[in-house]
Unconditional design. Sequence first.
Length: 671
Amino acid sequence: MVVPESQDKMYYPPDDLQRDAHVPDLNSYLAQYRKSLENPEAFWKEVASEFFWKKPATGPMLQYNFDVTKGNIYVKFMEGAKTNICYNVLDRHVREKDLYEKVAYYWEGNSPDHHVTITYRQLLSQVCRCANVLKRMGVKKGDRVSIYLPMIPELVYTMLACARIGAVHSIVFAGFSSDSLCERIIDAQSSVLVTADGVYRGEKLINLKLIVDEALEKCREKASSSINKCLVVRHHLRTKSGTASNKLQTPWDSDCDVWWDEAMKDAPEECEPEWMDAEDPLFILYTSGSTGKPKGVLHSVAGYLLYTALTFKCVFDHRHDDVYWCTADIGWITGHSYITYGPLANGATSVLFEGIPIHPHVGRFWEIIQKYRVTKFYTAPTAIRLLMKYGREPLQKYDLSSLRILGTVGEPINPEAWQWYHEAVGQGRCPIVDTFWQTETGGHVLTPLPAATPLKPGSATFPFFGVEPSVLNEHGEELEGEAEGYLVFRRPWPGLMRTVYRDQERFENTYFKKFPGFYVTGDGCRRDKDGYYWITGRIDDMINVSGHLMSTAEVEAALTQHPAVAESAVVSRPHKVKGECLYCFVTLKDGMEFSHALVQGLKTLVREKIGPITTPDFIQNAPALPKTRSGKIMRRILRQIARNENDLGDLSTLADPKVVEVLFSQRCEAA
Ligand code: PRX
């Protein structure tokens, strides 16, 4: 990369941040970056030296094959080493460093009246007790544990307890439906499920245990029930204010269900960690796949530890007295890497927030920043756009002077939202780290470093240490200099996924087949003349709604389960707050009538089948879909109709071009 005499407006790091930053300026970034590529062995050895190894690595730090033509794809990091990630993020601080009474989390509930402070010592004690409970339930090294919990401390306790005893956690975002949960339990073949009775999201009470029971029933119907025990946190019961309107029925099966508090009561506070091989699996996290079936992305112990720890330290320029807040849910990768593992590996103090940005008022985020004196704040463009709608007034009521660095993740940030974040939230003095990464990458791969990187709004700027991006054209040729094409990586970094759980073939086909020798992200990108990377969005059939990736196939499969629907096609349409939203075309079976009630019914169906985040915004009647002569739906045309783009280009490959006119005339203007 060259450093820029750019025509774009640049934002330079503030002097005070540069003074004693981990990566204090651009030259230092460039030198370390070069070292990480030229001598990865030395680079990662130095990073690893900060952590505890029961046994050192016996082989090279990083071994891999990225080329399908040369055999199986694999990535191995620190082979031969033994460690435990839970020991490294907790015991190491409590025993070896002096973080005994340091706050690990300020937990802030959905209601501002509910909050708890958890120190590192308390966290370790709860994690060990939970680990003993899981062991008592028969969980052993290598077993899978599914977790369906809201953003409460027990979620962190459980994931770290699994890591401590070598069990593989599979967290399912607690906004997913019973069908989605069932599918993920079956794929992971988990023996234990951890959940809660219920939770408030804003004003809405969600009966999680009921959803769990439906999911388990569905597993049984498919003759695939692997769950022996269900551990249930009494969360709603402990936080409810006791009015008649918030009563919750918690269905109970005494053969299987166990209350968390009863199980924890007599569980010992000591639990020897299981010493794991560096490449043993740490967790599975499901992400949408373009075929509709979610992929179980598998991450392993040592590489993930080092990568999340180092990215957290550098990207947020972590200081001992920081109060860091990432607003993501731990049900997504952002929460795994940058609420749990990365911050704890650095001995950080974080806010753990259960609620939503606009409850009980639209200034909730700003209120929390003031309350805990948050210094580093990490959120998603969709949240910024949502809060922008309410103007600057809600911000002006709070003192945001503690903020030093702002971050975004999940989707490209539009310039308007970037400016607002920078001016209104950061008061013009906080750099914004626009971090590009994926469930698969484990941690940030393209990102600014706050004291080193001059920013261009909307660009994720440069690669992190150890990451070597490239831009390819359709023929797989590497493009030099200014270019636009497929974003790929030519070598692994320690935090990259290791496989798709129980489906190595899918792993290779999805990420490595298209361009042998490269990991293919599925995103398009542009590299400008200064070497800055700009993500242009997905190039596969995936849609990014509010920072959540979903496949069109998955939504189509849900729609076609409706008895009135013969066929469906789902495309994206730009949305002011969500970035993109779902625009669905449905062809009805003969004799069925398109009506408002049907539209509502279809929206409910998709919510129920997948989850509320996938609720379609638009459903259009499509007497027929535009297809090629070979019967392939031409999604490009549907996307243009959804976006009201009149110039439809070449329609000659369509079997029946008249279909398009009809669809255009009936398009939905408003949701
Ligand atoms: O399309 C990119 C987009 O989100 C996708 C990854 O989604 P997921 O695995 O759910 O992980 C999201 C949180 C890491 C990417 O392929 N994406 C993520 N971050 C950015 C982004 N697009 C543009 N800019 C970003 N900063």
